[in-house]
Ligand binder design. Structure first.
Ligand SMILES: *[C@@H]1O[C@H](CO)[C@@H](O)[C@H](O)[C@H]1NC(C)=O
Length: 231
């Protein structure tokens, strides 16, 4: 039955952990075409048309210098100015991790030396590991020209367990995560919840009619039955 399979598809998320942040997309800014673009930062990019990122994030055990583990940076691009969005990160419960999500506008990042340093360091790391130099992760010519609403996403990840294995304590394995960008419909609820909302609404409507029908059977006066027998 279709409903059963629908419920089954929801199960994996039920066994996962979720952390989220809700934000309003900032006003669009003009991206100068002549200067080096954001592509050279080599970050993963999420847009409303490519809203899901399936990746492995490094995690560290919290230390005195870095109580929130290790930081990674991502770009949220092509947002609809002023629209409310939700950003979720989901990970399996078998990899206990604590995540902190923060979004920053371009100016916020470049006005804060600690943020710029962290972003630059992460970008360098990405360039060493990924071959993103030639591949453009952005679509520079969207309909709106080169004015875009974009945000930087900082994810801090700290391993949240204890092991007597020193190797593991120094180098916890990467955490497999889904990062999901979810625009709100009418500013009320996340777009990805729409099927669930429709499902619940149809259950309610069906339930309403069904209970009306059952009630009409139960409360049918017995006289009607006797008449039918006579006829
Ligand atoms: C510690 O963990 C590493 C990585 O998982 C593994 O290769 C090693 O065998 C472990 N050492 C002990 C003593 O369990």
């Amino acid at each position: 039955m279709r409903w059963t399979s629908f419920v089954v598809t929801l199960l994996p998320t039920a066994f996962a952990n979720v952390e989220k942040t809700i934000f309003k997309a900032p006003p669009s800014i003009t991206i100068p075409q002549t200067q080096p673009n954001f592509e050279h930062l080599c970050l993963h990019t999420l847009t409303p048309s490519r809203p899901t990122l399936n990746t492995d994030l490094a995690a560290r055990f919290p230390s005195e210098q870095a109580p929130r583990g290790i930081e990674s940076w991502h770009l949220l691009d092509d947002l609809s100015e002023g629209q409310r969005h939700e950003l979720r990160i989901c990970w399996a419960a078998i990899q206990p991790t604590e995540f902190w999500l923060n979004v920053y506008t371009l100016n916020e990042v470049f006005d804060a030396p600690s943020l710029v340093t962290s972003l630059a360091a992460y970008s360098e790391q990405r360039k060493e590991r990924a071959s993103c130099g030639s591949r453009s992760t952005l679509n520079p010519d969207t309909g709106t020209g080169n004015r875009r609403s974009l945000l930087f996403l900082r994810v801090q990840s700290a391993a949240d367990y204890f092991t007597t294995n020193n190797t593991l304590m120094r180098n916890p394995p990467d955490v497999h995560v889904d990062i999901i960008l979810d625009p709100y419909v009418l500013g009320i609820f996340p777009r990805s919840l729409l099927p669930t909302a429709v499902y619940l609404l149809s259950l309610t409507i069906i339930g309403w009619y069904l209970s009306g029908y059952l009630w009409s059977i139960i409360s049918k006066p017995p006289r009607a039955n006797t008449k039918a027998h006579k006829a």
